[in-house]
Design a protein around this ligand. Structure first.
Ligand SMILES: *Cc1c(COP(=O)(O)O)cnc(C)c1O
Length: 437
């Protein structure tokens, strides 16, 4: 399959080409030229006949049409096997059996970013012998990318994060990997970090010194694998309940949510997708007014979603544009049939964390709590809540609210060792470019 630009003005390229380019020539983002149509029967029968399929087998099946006819086609099975080496369970709530929680936090850095970062790394090491992986992070991406590439000889990682705007444990996961991972604490917001990365990827002078690999959520190598858990969760939910679930996705850069919509477009039994955002209201305002007007970024309790200009917005628009060619004409009407955006305040997040624990013993991370609130507000009956991070990553927020400590799972504990080293940086491209020796 080929990938085209959201701006419809570049030559279609195959999966590996889209992966290595990061951005299309016209500045747009790569999207699949078309979508496969999976039939549910295949997956359901396999379920019933031979017991549950492993996630990596399922993912290989889902991703095959996208990777087919590229250099990585024959390696896909091994890539999935090596990347997806942790569980992604779907657990139904005891006190609310129509609601299931998709636990995306059992990877090495305890957030869903491990899925995309590990898949991307396994692809890259099969394509290149060396490279500089560059990534802006609002908290969790950087750790997942560092973890996925840290032990790959020939690769170094450059991370930009907004100084003072991420949790202590998140920062530890960015800064404690030794010399192959350089972490820059940028004096600015996540959006500033993202701008610096975009500029670096386009800069001809830097390209002479570095073979850059983009690892942001604009990378097709991160987005595609995220389709797989939404797809599998929807099949499992339908098999167990007889209903198509609505997915409730804590949303910042729209990576996880676009992946969910790509899974839906590929035929998986997903009813609607609800974008649970924090007080950064760009998406909610867009759904209400049709105007896309990112403002200043607001710092919230759900910091990995502190984004005012979601980097995957063009992909969302493109998916619902009435024609495949021609200029972008966002069709809010079509979009609203499948998608709703909800904004959740810090007060509501805190309240959901408190009530989750006192009412039923659940401990939600602040991001997952936005989805819990969105589900209640939209009165979704058949729901899958995407639990995007482990609450122990955000213990300084969660523990005072629930009045107890949150046990640190072993995978998380293992990433918190080591000495922290980071470099402070002005949000200025010339300074950044000079620092990138
Ligand atoms: C990255 C992140 C999000 C937001 O995901 P997007 O793909 O950027 O929309 C939500 N929750 C957590 C814990 C994250 O790390």
């Amino acid at each position: 399959m080929n990938f085209i630009s959201t701006r419809n003005n570049s030559k279609p390229v195959d999966f590996t080409e889209a992966l290595s380019r990061g951005l299309a020539d016209d500045g747009g983002l790569f999207v699949p030229e078309n979508f496969p149509h999976f039939k549910m029967d295949d997956f359901s029968r396999e379920h019933l006949a031979s017991g549950p399929v492993s996630f990596s087998e399922f993912a290989t099946k889902v991703l095959f049409p996208f990777v087919a006819e590229s250099k990585l086609e024959t390696a896909l099975h091994d890539i999935c096997h090596d990347a997806f080496n942790f569980a992604i369970p779907l657990s139904f709530l005891k006190d609310d059996p129509k609601t299931a929680v998709l636990e995306l936090f059992h990877g090495p850095t305890s957030a869903f970013k491990d899925v995309g970062a590990r898949f991307l790394a396994q692809c890259q090491v099969r394509l290149e012998s060396k490279g500089t992986v560059i990534v802006a992070t609002s908290g969790d991406t950087g750790g997942a990318v560092a973890s996925a590439f840290a032990n790959q000889p020939g690769f170094q990682v450059v991370i930009l994060y907004p100084k003072g705007k991420i949790s202590g444990r998140q920062e530890k996961q960015l800064t404690s990997w030794g010399p192959s991972v350089r972490a820059y604490a940028v004096l600015g917001t996540f959006d500033d970090c993202q701008k610096l990365v975009k500029q670096a990827l386009r800069d001809p002078a830097l390209a002479k010194r570095h073979r850059f690999i983009s690892a942001n959520s604009i990378s097709i190598g991160r987005l595609l694998p995220q389709m797989c858990y939404h797809a599998k969760a929807s099949v499992d939910y339908l098999t167990q309940t007889g209903h198509r679930p609505t997915l409730i996705v804590p949303t910042g850069n729209l990576g996880n949510a676009v992946a969910a919509l790509w899974a839906k477009r590929s035929g998986f039994p997903i009813d609607r997708v609800i974008l649970a955002t924090n007080s950064n209201r760009t998406l909610v305002d867009f759904f209400e007014s049709g105007n896309y007007e990112p403002g200043a970024t607001i710092a919230t309790l759900a910091n990995a979603m502190d984004v005012s200009a979601p980097s995957n917005f063009e992909r969302l628009e493109h998916l619902y544009a009435p024609t495949e060619s021609g200029p972008l004409h966002p069709s809010l009407h079509f979009l609203k049939q499948d998608v709703t955006a909800v904004s959740v305040t810090d007060t509501e997040i805190a309240d959901a964390i408190k009530r989750g624990y006192s009412d039923s013993g659940h401990i939600w991370c602040p991001h997952t709590a936005t989805a819990v609130v969105a589900k209640e507000r939209q009165q979704v009956e058949h729901a899958i809540i995407c639990a995007t991070a482990h609450p122990a990553k955000f213990e300084t927020i969660v523990e005072p609210l629930i009045g107890r400590t949150v046990p640190v799972p072993p995978n998380l504990a293992a990433t918190l060792d080591g000495t922290s080293v980071s470099f402070e940086l002005d949000a200025n491209f010339d300074v950044f470019s000079a620092a990138l020796v």
